[in-house]
Design a protein around this ligand. Structure first.
Ligand code: SF4
Ligand code: SF4
Length: 269
């Protein structure tokens, strides 16, 4: 089983993964797990690095196709690889919405340290990583589970807090700029001004790009993130996307109208 994990992750381009016992993870959404028809025993945690280069007016993660599709592709392939060895394996892949605290588990599995920007920071890919997890009923020792480690912290250099344009990372009572761009409905004049000032039609990367751990970001070897990349989103590109194409983008989840509004704001100087 351990070799199957290693071989599969190598073929997908995943360099950082680890296994924890389910009991060593903090369960935060027991309702999700209770809908499954197996008893969770082990959690395979992995990082998908996503940096593909710089972008103009959208967050770096959103230049690629929706990362949830990559997480699903990776998890489905992994589960198939495990079932080739043991057809009776029960397993389910998650990413973003998991029964467990994914960031906490990935930290305790040794996949990175925690930054003051709230993100996991990996030794090679910095914070430009997504966390995926596959929960299985395989005994943890069969998958080479590690013992949970103490969580390590970043340098506390303060760069991310200084760079934060809204002050939300400094604990000020303001919304994160990324959240503003993802909010439906009308924005205030001040919010629109911020989007224009930082030229963002989707997301905000300032607490990542300012971090010394991200100074020389490594480009991801994972082919998925290089497909159909859009580093500069324009109204023309958006209008040319039919519904299936739009729904494959990371910026689709708040609907087309939200992205149209954002582009109108940033283009209306
Ligand atoms: S994403 Fe931008 S606005 Fe949000 S916390 Fe980070 S720097 Fe601040
Ligand atoms: S910018 Fe500094 S304080 Fe912020 S996460 Fe990076 S190392 Fe930590």
């Amino acid at each position: 089983m351990k070799n199957a994990l290693k071989g599969y992750f190598e073929s997908f381009g995943v360099e950082f993964y680890a296994v924890l016992s389910y009991s060593d993870c903090r369960e935060i959404n027991p309702g999700i797990m209770s809908r499954e028809d197996f008893t969770p025993r082990s959690v395979i945690l992995y990082l998908l690095p996503y940096y593909t280069g710089e972008t103009v007016n959208i967050s770096r993660y959103a230049a690629s196709l929706d990362y949830h599709l990559a997480l699903r592709e990776c998890a489905d392939g992994l589960i198939s690889a495990l079932r080739e060895l043991r057809p009776d394996v029960h397993a389910k892949g998650y990413g973003d919405h998991s029964p467990i605290d994914e960031v906490g588990a990935a930290l305790r599995a040794g996949l990175g340290i925690i930054g003051d920007n709230g993100l996991i920071i990996n030794e090679k890919y910095g914070s430009y990583v997504f966390i995926g997890d596959v929960i299985t009923d395989v005994p943890p020792e069969e998958l080479g589970a590690v013992l949970p480690r103490e969580v390590e912290h970043c340098l506390h250099c303060g760069s991310c807090k200084r760079a934060c344009p809204t002050g939300s990372l400094r604990g000020e009572e303001s919304d994160c700029l990324s959240a503003i761009t993802q909010r439906k409905g009308e924005l205030t004049a001040a919010e629109a001004d911020l989007m224009r000032k930082y030229n963002t039609a989707w997301g905000c990367d300032l607490c990542q790009s300012s971090c010394p751990y991200n100074r020389e970001p490594m480009v991801t070897p994972i082919e998925f993130f290089h497909r159909d990349r859009i580093p500069y989103l324009t109204r023309g590109l958006l209008d040319a996307m039919d519904k299936p194409a739009f729904l494959k983008r990371a910026f689709a989840w708040r609907g087309r109208k939200t992205v149209e509004r954002n582009l109108d704001i940033v283009n209306n100087n």
